[in-house]
Design a protein around this ligand. Structure first.
Ligand SMILES: Cc1cc2nc3c(=O)[nH]c(=O)nc-3n(C[C@H](O)[C@H](O)[C@H](O)COP(=O)(O)O)c2cc1C
Length: 213
């Protein structure tokens, strides 16, 4: 095996051993570096009929066949977050894609509200039942994915850590104006990514790069 050619140029770096970091410091470093993160704007309903809508940037598509997604609710002093409790109860969630048009509404739904109070109203968006599963979805979203839960996976420290809510897509709903068959027009989608804290980016600086054969 040949060694990679050294560029001869390195930058000064600080090393952080995780054993010496507080949980907040580890979170800040990780979430400041793994950017931009997509935002799953997650709609759920509990067995009592109450609806919930909240943003999760520990979120991604994690497999293609079938299309599989996860979001990751963290610990909460007052018991499980609404998006976890509801998914445990009804095993359904919707992913509403956050775009430039809905980013302010998304932010409003991050507020902590008592169980049973809907963040849909708080953010001024309309809840409509997904046609495939009935899960609450955001009518104003450019695109929505209805998902059925397949797994819950606990990660992280005992007494802290998160629960991965993993689900398979049942149906995609995508605005016609950004579709060419099943190809999604990236400029038209205007997706927003999360960086660290209150910092976001628009996906406006798009470029293509040809993959080697
Ligand atoms: C852009 C953004 C991303 C967020 N990502 C997460 C996340 O990945 N995990 C998490 O536990 N909380 C995350 N939060 C905080 C939750 O949205 C917040 O705790 C919310 O109140 C949870 O609502 P719920 O209890 O109705 O599920 C995020 C907040 C914002 C604004």
């Amino acid at each position: 095996m040949t060694e990679p050619e050294a560029s001869g140029v390195t930058e000064p770096k600080t090393t952080f051993n995780v054993a010496d970091l507080s949980p907040v410091e580890g979170y800040k470093l990780g979430s400041g570096l793994v950017v931009p993160r997509p935002i799953g704007w997650i709609g759920t309903r509990g067995t009592d009929g109450s609806e919930n809508l909240a943003p999760y940037s520990f979120f991604n598509m994690v497999s293609g066949d079938p299309p599989t997604f996860l979001y990751s609710p963290g610990p909460n002093p007052d018991g499980p977050k609404g998006s976890l409790r509801n998914a445990e109860e009804t095993r359904l969630f919707s992913i509403n894609i956050v775009t430039a048009e809905t980013v302010e509404a998304m932010n409003a739904t991050a507020a902590t509200v008592p169980h049973g109070e809907s963040e849909f109203g708080l953010a001024g968006v309309t809840s409509i039942p997904g046609p495939a599963t009935g899960v609450p979805t955001v009518a104003e979203a450019t695109a929505t994915i209805e998902c059925r839960v397949t797994q819950f996976v606990k990660v992280g420290r005992e007494g802290g850590g998160n629960v991965l809510v993993i689900g398979e897509a049942v149906a995609f709903h995508v605005a016609d104006r950004i579709l060419d068959g099943t190809r999604v027009d990236q400029a038209g989608l205007r997706a927003v990514g999360r960086h660290v804290g209150n910092t976001y980016s628009n996906a406006t600086d798009l470029f293509d790069i040809v993959r080697p054969a």
